[in-house]
Design a protein around this ligand. Structure first.
Ligand code: PMP
Length: 433
């Protein structure tokens, strides 16, 4: 072999922007679940089928006459999809939206988020993130050279022995206000919130909106769970509040909306003066996502527009079904003493594992938060996968909120029953000598 073929690289290869962000909770826990789990309530995806009308639309797009659906489409979104999204969100927001300039289709909500941070965050800019948060916000801010600044939702004890609700987790207005400075560029809002299932109230959104306007900052509003709201609660779009349209990027996901997370179709809706910069990032990185998937999602939205507000609408049926699943899991966890925090939205539920601590003793001075060790122990020893809440916190707060785990309840009845069986058996083993 010649010397040039043998020569190994000796210089450091990793770009500085990757420093400290190499670990990823999903990569780690998805692998664990695949290796050990018999019942996976970990990662957030339904184990039931998307609706027939959506699958049929995909099949039609794939095998129909229009072979152009196998080719490139417009960079910023397949025309039928951006048109229907503009119509649909225009109706929800009560404003005329232009499909070409107010909507951009992305590879899942994930890429929409990535585009936002790349487009708006400069070296040294601060981005406020409300804890607990969907974990990718932090590395994405850092990769753009920005500084995440965290503000926690603070839990209030529920009244007279009642179960806690996600609504009991609230921002402290003074603490939130103290995080805004002249370096602040944006705040990330995620309502309904993953992992708690909190649905921010109008008052809470007004508090955030007032601060955004006062400090002239952007709001990146991750609304992927917009249809998954329970008990008659309403999802309020912060972009519809006074002074917010011009500074808000609304992010959505067909994966969450139509129970098809593997399709990876997402979008951003917002004013052209913001979206033009997302388009710059998008055209220089991803360009566009699969045309057939976009075509099928367009047809799904067409159907939903026609059935809007009617009982046959998937956006009504899905939350109805999920609310039952939520109630079922709440009961199941409460019965064994793994105290659930009742979520107002999303398909996640956070539960308190304190009563199970005797089974998984703490290791003093370990770097790994207790709930993370607990979740790993549970999947290995009980075959039940969940995600530690500390994964949704950063730095100092990781160890303050380390006795909770997050379950996903977008699962078939059989899956939830199997989880219940594991929990019941575990409880019996605990109580019997
Ligand atoms: N935002 C939140 C809050 C999420 O929970 C998820 C998915 N878990 C995403 C964004 C990413 O959505 P998508 O699958 O459409 O990329």
């Amino acid at each position: 072999l010649s010397l040039s073929l043998q020569a190994k690289m000796s210089r450091p290869v990793q770009a500085r922007r990757l420093e400290g962000i190499d670990k990823n909770i999903w990569v780690e826990f998805v692998k664990l679940a695949a290796t050990y789990s018999t019942v996976n309530l970990g990662q957030g995806f339904p184990d039931f089928s998307p609706p027939d009308f959506l699958k049929e639309a995909f099949v039609r797009a794939l095998s129909g006459e229009n072979h152009m659906l196998h080719q490139y489409t417009c960079a910023f979104g397949h025309p039928p999809l951006v048109k229907i999204l503009a119509q649909f969100f225009g109706k929800l927001l009560g404003r005329d939206l232009d499909p070409m300039t107010n909507v951009m289709v992305t590879v899942g909500a994930y890429q929409a988020l990535f585009c936002c941070f790349q487009a708006f965050v400069d070296e040294g800019d601060e981005v406020i993130i409300i804890e607990p948060f969907f974990d990718c916000y932090e590395p994405m801010v850092k990769m753009a050279g920005g500084m995440p600044v965290f503000v926690p939702l603070r839990p209030k004890a529920p009244k007279d022995g009642k179960l806690m609700s996600s609504a009991d987790w609230q921002l402290d207005p003074a603490e939130l206000a103290s995080k805004f400075s002249e370096r602040t560029k944006a705040i990330v809002l995620n309502s309904p919130n993953n992992p708690l299932g909190k649905v921010f109230s109008r008052e809470e959104l007004e508090l955030i909106a007032d601060l955004c306007v006062k400090h002239d900052i952007l709001c990146i509003s991750d609304e992927v769970y917009e249809w998954l709201v329970y008990d008659g609660k309403k999802h309020i779009r912060i972009a519809s509040l006074q002074g917010m349209w011009d500074r808000t990027l609304i992010i959505g996901s067909a994966g969450k909306t139509f129970s098809a997370t593997g399709w990876k179709v997402g979008w951003t809706v917002g004013p052209n003066q913001l979206l033009q910069h997302l388009r710059t990032v998008h055209q220089n990185s991803v360009y566009h996502c699969a045309t057939v998937a976009q075509e099928a999602v367009a047809q799904g939205f067409q159907r939903e527009l026609e059935l809007y507000g009617k009982p046959e609408s998937y956006f009504i049926q899905l939350p109805n079904e999920l609310q039952q699943k939520r109630d079922w899991l709440v009961q199941s966890l409460d019965a064994v003493g793994m105290k659930p925090i009742i979520p107002e939205g999303t398909y996640f539920l956070v539960a308190d594992i304190s009563k199970f601590k005797s089974d998984v003793p703490d290791v003093p001075d370990s770097d790994e938060p207790y709930d993370s060790r607990f979740a790993k122990w549970m999947v290995k020893n009980k075959g039940l996968a969940a995600i530690p809440l500390s994964a949704f916190y950063c730095g100092a707060h990781k160890n303050n909120y380390n006795h909770f785990i997050r379950f996903c309840f977008a699962k078939e009845e059989a899956t939830l029953k199997a989880a219940n069986d594991i929990l019941q058996k575990w409880k019996q083993e605990k109580t019997s000598p």
